[in-house]
Ligand binder design. Structure first.
Ligand SMILES: Nc1ncnc2c1ncn2[C@@H]1O[C@H](COP(=O)(O)OP(=O)(O)OP(=O)(O)O)[C@@H](O)[C@H]1O
Ligand SMILES: [Mg+2]
Length: 416
């Protein structure tokens, strides 16, 4: 394994941080960026490790854009999102007639990226048979298309990432040991957020500034206890989780100066089952894979509450349709389910915004959109796929969800 020691070039690191919008100056993060810059000039294979949500996806891009290959192609492949049956063909291509659906030949990513860089994300998810093919490309640049015995050559730089423990996967027989050593010529470990000290505050500040601009709402400020809560929390979901929290607070909190108690409500405590967890994070044990999913869930929980409230008001007032204004007087809790002084409009994820001022009339209209969360999600996914001419990667990027999630949802909703 190669390690890059010596004095860090902080000016270069600063430039890269600015280029990619990377926030923070924890020594371990700086070292990881420095290693990426140093190794970029070589063709060495890099393995980026780190927990989920730490920012691993910056690193292959830093490496590519700082390498001699920067004018070549950069192809990012989410190995976990491609079905096992087609992954070899996607990566290495196939010849006509290689399998039932192979009506014409196809070039794979390794051929497409000749002269450039391939980023194999979630590399731990590669099937064992594909691992053998990958090992061969790594060793001498050779590969064969599915269904062909002709050896082809490619000149590709490979950067991989994983949040799974590969040595553990090797022990369980799910990952080839020889491939692991070949991939991790240069290991880059991205530190978890809980080891980055004051970076938490810098990141939070940056995120609330971004959300304040995006949703046109006043910026969130923290009191001393809230600051302390952020600093002492363990952040199991790392920066992705911090970003989610900043977004939820920016949208939901009426009081823009957040207290420690309020903040704790957004930070699920592990091994402390008796502490309150915000409804948005419970959701029947469902795990959330993107900020948007959490936001949707919050919105639709709120809408369900409002609908129920309206039903009760109607019952009380007889068959007469009640002006939403009355609902507030009868049910003071109605105020809680509106985001006063703003209203949330949902049409599609890319147009979701918060605007001011709110009126109960607008909220009434909002209730009347009789779409379920599933309907909205399905419609949103369909239009993103249409807009991107069926390209899943681009659609996933636009929706800000992982390709794996998109693939799962396409199957779940039976989208063609
Ligand atoms: N230092 C940082 N500064 C600003 N934003 C960051 C930083 N690190 C991560 N992020 C943001 O956090 C989110 C999660 O990062 P990323 O997708 O790279 O995580 P990951 O390590 O690939 O996680 P996973 O293993 O789950 O795929 C992204 O929105 C990313 O832009
Ligand atoms: Mg990732």
């Amino acid at each position: 394994m190669v390690s890059f020691l010596g004095i860090m070039d902080t000016t270069e690191i600063q430039r890269v941080k600015q280029q990619f919008g990377i926030i923070g100056s924890a020594p371990e993060l700086m070292r990881a960026i420095d290693t990426a810059i140093q190794v970029a000039r070589t063709d060495l294979t890099v393995l980026v490790t780190g927990e989920s949500g730490v920012g691993k996806e910056f690193f292959p891009q830093i490496i590519h854009t700082n390498s001699a290959r920067k004018h070549g192609k950069y192809i990012a492949v989410n190995c976990g999102a491609i079905p096992e049956g087609t992954i070899d063909s996607e990566l290495f291509g196939h010849v006509k007639g290689a399998f039932t659906d192979a009506v014409s030949e196809r070039r794979g990513y390794f051929s497409e990226a000749d002269g450039g860089t391939i980023f194999l994300d979630e590399v731990g998810e590669l099937p064992i048979s594909t691992q053998a093919r990958l090992l061969r490309v790594l060793e001498n640049g050779e590969f064969m298309r599915v269904g062909s015995s002709k050896v082809e050559k490619t000149n590709v730089r490979i950067v991989c990432a994983t949040n799974v423990n590969l040595p553990e996967a090797i022990k369980n027989g799910r990952f080839r040991e020889d491939l692991y050593y070949r991939l991790s010529t240069v290991p880059i470990n991205v530190p978890p957020l809980r080891k980055r000290g004051g970076d938490v505050l810098l990141l939070f500040k940056k995120f609330v500034m971004d959300f304040s601009a995006r949703y046109n709402v006043p910026k969130i400020e923290l009191d001393e206890a809230a600051t302390e809560a952020l600093l002492s929390y363990s952040w199991p979901g790392n920066i992705r989780q911090l970003k989610n929290v900043a977004e939820q607070i920016s949208i939901l909190e009426l009081n823009r100066k957040v207290t420690g108690d309020t903040m704790l409500g957004y930070l699920p405590q592990q091994n402390m089952g008796n502490l309150p967890v915000p409804a948005a994070q419970q959701n029947g044990g469902k795990t959330f894979e993107s900020e948007r999913e959490i936001l949707y869930s919050v919105l639709f929980d709120m809408r369900r509450d409002i609908t129920e409230l309206r039903r009760q008001v109607k019952e009380l007032m007889g068959a007469r349709a009640v002006a939403p204004h009355d609902a507030v007087q009868l049910y003071p809790h109605a105020q809680e389910v509106t985001i006063d002084p703003r209203t949330i409009h949902v049409s599609s994820p890319s147009t979701m915004h918060v605007s001011s001022p709110s009126t109960m009339h607008e909220v009434g209209e909002y209730i009347d959109e009789a779409l379920s969360l599933d309907d909205v999600e399905k419609k949103t996914i369909k239009s993103a796929l249409d807009r991107n001419h069926g390209r899943r990667r681009d659609a996933a990027r636009e929706l800000n969800i992982s390709e794996r999630t998109l693939y799962r949802k396409i199957k779940e909703y039976g989208i063609e």
